[in-house]
Design a protein around this ligand. Structure first.
Ligand SMILES: Nc1nc2c(ncn2[C@@H]2O[C@H](COP(=O)(O)OP(=O)(O)OP(=O)(O)O)[C@@H](O)[C@H]2O)c(=O)[nH]1
Ligand SMILES: [Mg+2]
Length: 306
């Protein structure tokens, strides 16, 4: 892995490392494994937002492994924990976008989760891969949302299709896809308005945007990515379930991992929802989005503090 990406992961996961996972790492001194060790580990993993189910399953596996391998020192548990944590995270397959032009990606999520920023970051990432990217400003609820995306687009040299504030968001999404077809763009990133997953009308509106995009281009959207704020912890699971019920979510972008001490929810997302995490947000700048790398993630949350 390139040094700068490694340090991005290392810096980005500092808070998560220093909270719960760091305490787990220091717990693994040279002491013997006792009944207390398991209780303490269980407590720390739950605090780290792994979720109760995932924690229970993990601790059970660790116990089995420990007795099978005949481990007696808790320091020996460290490697086993590392490997088991890693096995909870799938290496995400590629998004199913190959050979599709334009590939339409819909970004969804609750208010403030990071959708607009992530649209810009993805725009940069795909541009760097040589793709021609169009942004669709389908958040028509807030006037400022269109400006916000436009500012990012100007900075990154990307084009935007936007409607009037308070115009129909489905119509803007439709226009963006049509424009991308006509002007031969490779990727269309559609930013949608933040919506509380518990609000029926807003979730219905999202379904409509989804349907309308499919009318503009059969098969679209080709990917629906749910942007989840890593600082929300276990509530993210409720959000994800509601969005999954409303539209077909392909996977997750975990934003704000750098602001979060609760990165453990990455495990819960994969284990309890079976959703792959495609990208991680490790900062506010356009270059601070990187493909999710399970190995870098686990290594850096358990990295020794000393
Ligand atoms: N530290 C950090 N901040 C982030 C990250 N991603 C987004 N943010 C910040 O989170 C705030 C909200 O981001 P937006 O992109 O506006 O979120 P949104 O989901 O579009 O918000 P709404 O459109 O209001 O629903 C901004 O201040 C971003 O700079 C990240 O990965 N790390
Ligand atoms: Mg937004």
């Amino acid at each position: 892995m390139a040094d700068n990406i490694f340090s991005k992961w290392k810096e980005g996961l500092e808070r998560t490392r220093k909270s719960t996972f760091g305490r787990i790492a220091t717990m693994f001194g040279a002491t013997e494994i006792k009944a207390d060790t398991w209780d303490e580990l269980e407590e720390l993993l739950i605090q780290a937002d792994l979720g109760v189910e995932t924690t229970m399953r993990l601790v059970k596996k660790l116990k089995t492994q420990t007795s099978e391998l005949g481990l007696t020192k808790s320091s020996e548990l460290q490697q086993v924990l590392h490997d088991e944590l890693l096995s909870l995270l799938k290496v995400p397959e590629q998004l199913p976008l190959d050979g599709i032009s334009p590939a339409v990606i819909l970004l969804v999520g609750v208010n403030g989760s990071g959708k607009t920023t992530t649209a810009a970051k993805l725009g940069k990432l795909y541009t760097q891969q040589g793709k021609k990217v169009l942004l669709g400003a389908a958040d028509t609820f807030r006037a400022a949302a269109i400006d916000q995306l436009q500012v990012w687009a100007d900075r990154l040299g990307l084009q935007v299709v936007a409607g009037q504030p308070e115009s129909d968001s489905g119509a803007v999404a439709y226009d963006a896809v049509q424009a991308a077809i006509a002007r031969k763009f490779d990727i269309v990133l559609i930013d949608t308005a933040g919506r509380l997953h518990t609000r029926y009308n807003l979730m219905e509106e999202l379904k409509k945007v989804h349907r309308v995009v499919g009318k503009a281009m059969p098969g679209a959207p080709h990917a629906v990515l749910l942007v989840l704020d890593a600082t929300t912890g276990q509530n993210a699971l409720h959000q994800a379930k509601a969005f999954q019920e409303a539209v077909h979510v392909n996977g997750v972008i975990l934003s704000k991992l750098d602001s979060s001490a609760r990165g453990g929810m990455a495990f819960a997302i994969q284990q309890e929802l079976d959703l792959p995490i495609y990208f991680a947000g490790l900062g506010e700048k356009p270059e601070d989005l990187t493909p999710f790398d399970p190995e870098a993630f686990v290594n850096n949350i358990l990295l020794n503090q000393n």
